[in-house]
Design a protein around this ligand. Sequence first.
Ligand code: PMP
Length: 378
Amino acid sequence: MAIYLDSAATTCPSETCIQSMTEAMRGHFGNPSSLHSVGLDAQLVMDRARKQIAASLGCESAEILFTSGATESNHLAIRGAAMKYGKRLRRVITTTVEHASVRGAFDMLEEQGFEVIRIAPGPDGSYTADQVMESVNENTCLISMMMVNNETGAILPVQEIFTRVKRDYPQVITHCDAVQGYMKLPVQPEKMHADLLTVSGHKVHACKGIGALYHKKGVRLASLMKGGEQEQGIRPGTESVPLIAGFGAAVEELRKTIPSRGEYISALRSECIRALSALDGIAIQSPEEGSPYILSFSVKGLRSETMLHFLAEKGVSVSSGSACSKGKQSGVLQQFGIKQDLADSTLRVSFCMDNTAEDMHALAAYLEEAQAKLVHKR
Ligand code: PMP
């Protein structure tokens, strides 16, 4: 029996999404920029999806730009804002625990001569506003901070930090990569004081290759590509109407159930922790008050890769960290204070509504088997 415990890497598109995409492909194939009725028809499908995404973030449709996914949204936000606001203000700030796409965008800014400050978590693995404020100054144009860490589920106090940043240094543009929080926790960019906020479709039961960037009215962004007038000219290129329609429909369905899903998934994670804790040599790495959707733990004496393959043979899909690094360590676990040998033995399981308590017990049983078969053979 296949058990999928890797929803932080990607989720299965919902029926609602698939139906919406199929309808868009069959019935609304026009180019949304065309001026005839076939184009207008596609434009209307896209307008509806934009409203659905805007409603999920409590913002206006005009504040939503569709992109190819979170990687692009992060680059557009970070590099696009730095290009507009960083001519004189040369300091940009981020954390050491961001997704590779955010780290990559800041590396590119550094190559362009920006002063990049990368803030590490405190000794207990958390961030505080006081700690972040030490790095913000009048020369700062941008801060980017993720909402939920994709490897551990740690929740960063973005709202508290951005509120302080905006109060003391209103010139700073604030960006949040909210990919792992979206549709799981309430995400309201305005309340968070985020000028820019990234979300991705395939983490929320829509399709791969679609994402959005919230950009607050009045906040300017340079485009990364020059082309047509699509997406306010900021993100040129003919929009993928089917992907957008599916994204809107998936989100519309999910947004009504954030609290009830949260309760179910929290109980599931507790069950998982209970089942794992009955084994020897398990160290839970996720913070207790982290996102219920992600659980990171180490199995002492077994390497992540070995366990991953053992579990895969049993039909259990888990991850050794972020799927984007293809098994290679990103260094983020170490940033959270996890020692190298435990980081080498870490697995990430992440949940969706298809998972059951039985899955948690099966995982624990397979790990026990792996310990019995593999630990002494090292
Ligand atoms: N940010 C975070 C926090 C993520 O978890 C991911 C996906 N692993 C991304 C960005 C990149 O998302 P996408 O695959 O849509 O480019």
